[in-house]
Design a protein around this ligand. Sequence first.
Ligand SMILES: Cc1ncc(COP(=O)(O)O)c(C=O)c1O
Length: 480
Amino acid sequence: MMKIFASRTSTPLFKFNLRSFTKLAQESEAAAVRSENDEEFLPQMPPFAYTPPPYDGPSAAEILEKRQRHLSPCMSYFYKNPLYLVDGKMQYLFDESGRRYLDAFGGIATVSCGHCHPEVVEAIFNQTKRLQHTTALYLNRASAEFADALASKSPGDLNVVFFTNSGTEANELALMIARLYTGFHDIISLRNGYHGNAAATMSATGQRSFKYNVVQTGIHHALNPEPYRGIFGSDGPKYAEDVEEIITYGTCGHIAGFIAEAIQGVGGIYELAPGYLPAVYSSVRKAGGICIADEVQSGFARTGSHFWGFEAQGVVPDIITMAKGIGNGLPLGAVVTTSEIAKVLTSHGYLNTFGGNPVSTAGGLAVLKVIENEKLQQNALTIGTYLKNQLLALKEKHEIIGDVRGRGFLLGMELVTDPELKTPATLETLHVMEQMKDMGVLVGKGGLNGNIFRISPPLCFTREDADFLVATMDYIMSKM
Ligand SMILES: Cc1ncc(COP(=O)(O)O)c(C=O)c1O
């Protein structure tokens, strides 16, 4: 066991027994087990009334062997022994042995309503039985109704929808529309942002880990306005001056647009400093550009306080791009803009074979209804705030926790080996993550140095789930 950090106090917030992690990993579930003196307990996963059907397929080792032989070597995996998950139900996942895990990552902030939510599954199934695919050249009820519903969730004049199959496609389209509409080429994006992996989106992405050395033109990366490490702290308007300067010194004075996430997801859950977007949107519009909000992670009620992440800054973009949570796991993305801007795509053909296909859009419509009917935005606000406060309490106790941030169910926890220097605690993050998995909790990890936990569960996560996650972290950190 690593002995790296002293806890600020020596007693865990919760009491547990002292069994080894190796032993824990062999348990079918991290249930409470009495220790010899009957006083201390392991964190207990909340009960859940669902047992997946028995699994009778190939073993995890066989799947891994095939993956290593035939799937691209670029694909990495979490954990020393990669997890093989075969069933999902709401906020829980099950491996091939039937062991249950609390999913606090949500398939990278993608599972919004819950794994295999029955109403979403039913909508997908019913549509698949009747008609799976034709083409957008014919009429399609699901895509028309879903576009109508999406337009009603979008502010201002944003009421025209282009469907895509992913976030990358949505952002590629948005960047092209910005260039066509304005007649200019330069785009400003943020350092540490992530927007996709195709030509324009990889250019707009601001992290070396996701960029290959291929031609990337017309992109300028502005200072990341993030309060924890950023040079101007929480002063949003001060960071916005950098965008103004890029326009003045790095372009002809006119630009095509600006793209940013309201909370950087892949980059490590950095929320833009308050007051940043209003100032930047004003500079961008003065320079003839249009403002694109990448809501792939922060949209669809995940931040709890608002349906869209940008709303927290009181702005209305010209284009919203979305994916992930829109489909609860379906390959679905969208670009929403004004009818005036949308017209730029009428001079030539623009074809996307699967964009707006009946199955994905029927599923998307069901997702939107579930978010509303089950008040998942309210749940993200209430439970997400509760969880954040619990994590902040943990920060007071464990020196290794440098920062806790984000909102709703888009939360980050940054581990550092030195609280003053903010030295990334990369190895320790891996250690805690591995132990959490052994105890039945799955979280994500991100940031350039891999020292930031990403907590982005399905929006049906409960208070008991939050307690279990925090108790698990506390237990592990108390032993480091
Ligand atoms: C903010 C953001 N934009 C765009 C993308 C790209 O989406 P996709 O992986 O569906 O292409 C991602 C993916 O993680 C993302 O987080």
